[in-house]
Write a protein that binds this ligand. Structure first.
Ligand SMILES: NC(=O)c1ccc[n+]([C@@H]2O[C@H](COP(=O)([O-])OP(=O)(O)OC[C@H]3O[C@@H](n4cnc5c(N)ncnc54)[C@H](OP(=O)(O)O)[C@@H]3O)[C@@H](O)[C@H]2O)c1
Length: 315
């Protein structure tokens, strides 16, 4: 990381660790906060992942690495590989059963903890004030970390308000830099925000070219809550990697279907967290910052929207 960025990051971190509430942080923190998450990968090529400033002033990489299903030694190897090729945002969750593997991968990477952005999530069984505190400490212990950058309520089930209160306190104690939700619809978000002291920084939802979620997209923009895409490739469903429209677009720029998908998320301003078990794919998925989809491409992608989940079994 460049020295200038490093010192800016540390100053901001110090502030966040004092636990300023959203309103205060939004007013005090510099609004110019465009930061690049620099990384030199293991083949000596420099990668830079642009960041977005969340509504509490924290910088978050706009492209990260998902870890669902990557468990045990494979999980450790994948996280270590992902960090070595340039990823700085790592997304895990209690329910993935891989927080220990992710923690080992982080250690193995040898990268300074402060340069990383680590997300985990509270599972539905742990909803409620007391149980959230216990679940959070357990996640932290498994990850062998002493703070999280982002902690999300995984699904809107159970005593969400109790969980949120606990998460607000953990944020104010400096143990979580940003708190947010996942899989919340507009009404559930409104309900949570009614009594919240701290506004969610993120809503992580299913979105990809087949499920573009135009209404939540607009709603989250209006609420200044950052949208994050889970399954940015629809986990490979519906033939996304063979899709002819995406292939035709990719051909113009010498890019793959995966890269077209990720560039689309990026141009929408949505943070994406693609998963891969293959280093070559991890590298490919980072290589999206040297081309731009034009209006015709974007129009063709809009037409791919099926406006329905690709994961009906998770309903
Ligand atoms: N909050 C939630 O409720 C929720 C739900 C689901 C997921 N998530 C998060 O979102 C992350 C991503 O979603 P996901 O894991 O469901 O799926 P995804 O990232 O949409 O797709 C993963 C699949 O794409 C393949 N792939 C990756 N890069 C590729 C490339 N360049 N070319 C061809 N194939 C490629 C992978 O295969 P290879 O391994 O062979 O590369 C894997 O089969 C998860 O890992 C998790 O962190 C959150």
């Amino acid at each position: 990381m460049k020295e200038k960025d490093k010192s800016k990051g540390i100053k901001r971190r110090a502030f966040l660790q004092t636990g300023g509430l959203f309103a205060a942080s939004a007013m005090i923190l510099p609004l110019s906060g465009y930061k690049v998450f620099d990384a030199v990968n293991d083949s000596q090529n420099e990668n830079s992942i642009p960041s977005v400033m969340l509504n509490n002033g924290l910088d978050m990489p706009r492209l990260g690495f998902g870890t669902n299903t990557l468990k045990g030694d494979i999980g450790t190897r994948c996280v270590s590989d992902a960090i070595s090729v340039g990823y700085r945002l790592i997304d895990t969750a209690k329910i993935y059963g891989n927080e220990e593997s992710v923690g080992k991968g982080i250690k193995q990477s040898g990268i300074d903890r402060e340069a990383l952005f680590i997300t985990s999530k509270l599972w539905v069984d742990d909803a409620g004030y007391e149980s959230t505190k216990v679940a959070f400490e357990t996640s932290l212990k498994k990850l062998e970390l002493d703070y999280l950058d982002l902690y999300l309520i995984h699904r809107p089930r159970g005593d969400v308000k109790g969980s949120w209160k606990a998460m607000e306190e953990l944020h104010m104690e400096g143990k979580i830099k940003a708190i947010g939700v996942s899989n919340f619809d507009a009404d559930q978000l409104d309900d949570l925000m009614k009594n919240a002291k701290i506004k969610p920084a993120i809503n992580q939802i299913e979105t990809h070219v087949f499920f573009q979620e135009h209404l939540p997209y607009k709603d989250l923009k209006e609420k200044n809550v950052q949208m994050e895409a889970w399954s940015p490739f629809a986990a490979g469903r519906n033939g996304v990697f063979e899709n002819q429209t995406l292939a035709d677009i990719g051909k113009k720029y010498h890019k793959s279907n995966a890269q077209v998908c990720l560039r689309w998320h990026y141009q929408r301003g949505v943070v994406a967290i693609p998963r891969s078990s293959q280093k070559a794919h991890m590298i490919e998925n980072l290589d999206i910052f040297d081309f731009e989809l034009d209006k015709t491409d974007l129009k063709a992608i809009v037409a791919l929207d099926l406006n329905t989940t690709q994961f009906p079994e998770w309903g």
